[in-house]
Ligand binder design. Structure first.
Ligand code: CA
Length: 379
């Protein structure tokens, strides 16, 4: 569904009186970027707000669902209980795929998910979730908060009456679980793999068959041979799903998701109805949650990797260089084509590419040189 159809859909819902607040698609022109803080003065009148947050995750799912719970808890505590947020997992109120639309139309005031889930509505959103061979978590945060990325993201979502915020990051993901060894690019031919978004586009161009499956269906699909391989997140989440029980090899690195951003979307009208201090609390809570989730993933991935290796004897394999090289070249094409979609996408792509080029030069002599030195390898 493209933007026009999407907005017509929202209009229809409004006409039917099924939503509480307008989407504001025609407002805010010339008022893009972060300038959305038109709230009332911060006078404490004892007034409280009860909001709903729809998420794309199974309720309380480790890292992601619990990350949404943590964000709601932060907002409650930082606001002294003036703004309370009820969290709903996928399918508790709406399906995962409806979160973006139902926050845009005001059914809920907040959403928690990942921007690449909305690619059929707003294709360029994928730049703000995961780009194959794109930015790491540290680099993503630098681009978003100091490199102009967040303003471009806000501008992109403004057409839908939504304010996006980074609210978590998984760090580098794993390449995934395979029941067929992949030793050369030829082994990708006909490979049926659960892999979302741009990573799936790359696989498809190399002869594989990307398959979309919600998290809850991955285990059985792998077990029954409906798919040959799957990616999910990393050791922490993959262990929780028990994927080691139904796959032979665990490949790395997750070139397709080098630092996936979790988003918190806020309905713009609802946001504008808050006092300025609560608006800032929302932003700050997302900022804290963004850092906390990365720490959670990093710490727990370490533990879960040890468990997978020592208790479950999982066979780890690095993708061969020939495969990674093909993936890299193909990803460059796929991402450049995404940047050619429209004017918004072009501006985002240009900013993203420029930042990536610059930060690669810096991290070559910083992160990479240090990590190599630490492990005793030549830089
Ligand atoms: Ca993934």
């Amino acid at each position: 569904m493209k933007r026009r159809e999407f907005l017509q859909g929202v209009g229809g819902a409004l006409a039917a009186g099924t939503v509480l607040t307008a989407c504001g698609s025609g407002e805010g022109t010339g008022n893009h970027g972060s300038d959305t803080s038109e709230g009332a003065p911060a006078v404490h009148t004892g007034k409280t707000w009860q909001w709903d947050m729809f998420t794309t995750w199974p309720p309380d799912f480790p890292g992601l669902g619990t990350g949404a719970n943590h964000l709601a808890d932060l907002i409650d505590r930082m606001s002294g209980g003036r703004l309370k947020v009820r969290v709903y997992g996928a399918n508790e109120r709406v399906a995962a795929g409806e979160v973006f639309g139902r926050v845009a139309d005001g059914t809920a005031q907040m959403g928690h998910g990942a921007a690449y889930y909305w690619r059929d509505t707003v294709e360029a959103a994928q730049f703000f979730a995961a780009v194959p061979f794109g930015l790491t978590a540290q680099e993503t945060n630098a681009w978003l908060f100091q490199g102009g990325g967040l303003e471009l993201w806000q501008e992109l979502y403004d057409d839908y009456g939504l304010i996006p915020n980074p609210a978590g990051n998984t760090g580098v993901q794993m390449g995934g679980w395979f029941n067929k060894a992949v030793e050369s690019p030829a082994d990708l031919q006909g490979l049926k793999m659960r892999i979302p978004a741009l990573g799936g586009d790359v696989l498809e161009r190399l002869g594989g068959t990307p398959i979309s499956l919600p998290g809850g269906e991955i285990y059985t699909s792998l077990q029954t041979g409906k798919i040959d391989a799957t990616e999910w997140v990393g050791p922490y989440n993959d262990l929780a799903f028990g994927l080691h029980e139904v796959a032979k090899y665990y490949y790395y690195p997750g070139f397709h998701e080098p630092g996936s951003t979790v988003e918190c979307t806020i309905n713009k009208k609802a946001f504008q109805g808050l006092p300025t201090d609560l608006q800032q609390i929302l932003r700050s809570a997302c900022y804290v949650a963004n850092q906390d989730m990365l720490a959670d993933f990093t710490a727990r991935n370490n533990q879960a990797l040890q468990t997978l290796k020592t208790e479950h004897s999982v066979e780890l394999r690095r993708f061969p260089d020939a495969i990674l090289g093909q993936m890299l070249r193909t990803a460059e094409e796929v991402v450049a084509e995404l940047g050619d979609q429209d004017q918004h996408a072009r501006r985002i792509y240009d900013s993203f590419r420029r930042f990536r080029t610059d930060v690669m030069a810096w991290h070559e002599i910083a992160e990479r040189a240090y990590l190599n030195a630490r492990s005793g390898e030549p830089s």
